[in-house]
Design a binder for this molecule. Sequence first.
Ligand SMILES: Cc1ncc(COP(=O)(O)O)c(C=O)c1O
Length: 391
Amino acid sequence: MSGINVRLADRLGQLPPYLFAELDRMKKQVQARGVDVISLGIGDPDLPTPPHIVEALCRAAHDPANHQYPSYEGLRTYRQAVADWYRQRNPAIALDPDTEVVALIGSKEGIGHAPWAFINPGDAVICPTPGYPVYAAGTLFAHGEVIEVYLHERDHFLIDYSKIPQGILERTRLLFINYPNNPTATCAPRSFYEETVDIARAFDIIVCHDAAYSEIYYDDRRPLSFLDIPGAKEVGVEFHSLSKTYNMTGWRIGWAAGNADVIRGLGKIKTNIDSGIFQAVQEAGIAALTGDQGCVAELRAIYQRRRDMALAGLRKIGLDPLTPEAAFYVWMRAPEGTTSTEFATRVLQEAGVVITPGPGFGPGGEGYVRMTLTVDEARLEEAIERMGKVV
Ligand SMILES: Cc1ncc(COP(=O)(O)O)c(C=O)c1O
């Protein structure tokens, strides 16, 4: 029997090649040789969700009231918990849970859908590179024009707005920024956010700040939220997530908070294509946000030990990692004379360690590789020791 001719839509053809798929294929080959591969590729915490959060889910799952469709925008109590979380972080941040917070099925969902709400075909969207690939993918799906803005080490991986031509800023409708940054693990100073608010005002640009890693920081230096900046709420929103703060990547729960018009636009998209987050998961989210934050401090202490150990180890084997300020990644240059992909391939083939080549985060990542800190210290030490043989 002959089947139909399945043709993918053109928008899928516009996506950049998915480097991770190739790495995954190679990883399986190496494993098939019997090698115990250590994966420092994907940013997925290895530690479990704290028990009080799991217990809140179990309790809520037994309540039939939670078995029906949830509300599109999220439980009022969840949105209130988000507003309270911000207020406890900075008493100057006042968010109206009814109009300025929306629950997301993980922040990736909101980030990917944001361009659908605000971008007409051909509108420009600034997507930093290296950067989280979803900014560009969401823009392409909405038929927007991706404006790749390179982040440079000499600028501390901050956008240099003075280098963006005025004509482009005039056509830009939406700007993605992300600090603490994936993949570079750097933070942005107050002055950068202030400049961002000024640029957004001057050119009528919606700012989407991705703050997924704001609670995973080092040396007691807590990163700013975009909403800490006066005027931020007039120009944009912050996307946030429980994934990294509470080891909840699998649960799929996050939020967007800030400008009421942006929240309404996002909500309109969501009403039409999803039906919200399982309420029991939202109850667990409330337990996470309003419960004892000691678990987050403990998590930071664990990553701090891993980071310090990894930096010392990597320097000892002759690599030159940048010191992460936040997030659980180490960003470093590939050794002289090799491209990122050549180096990552050798590390996998010869040392059995998966690291991510920088171009996986766009062309601005060339010359670098990213390694995660999401394995225990013994495993991390072994990975670095093995990498030493390749370097
Ligand atoms: C920079 C950044 N933003 C957002 C996300 C999405 O996180 P989630 O959808 O789990 O909230 C990730 C996940 O890795 C990320 O690295």
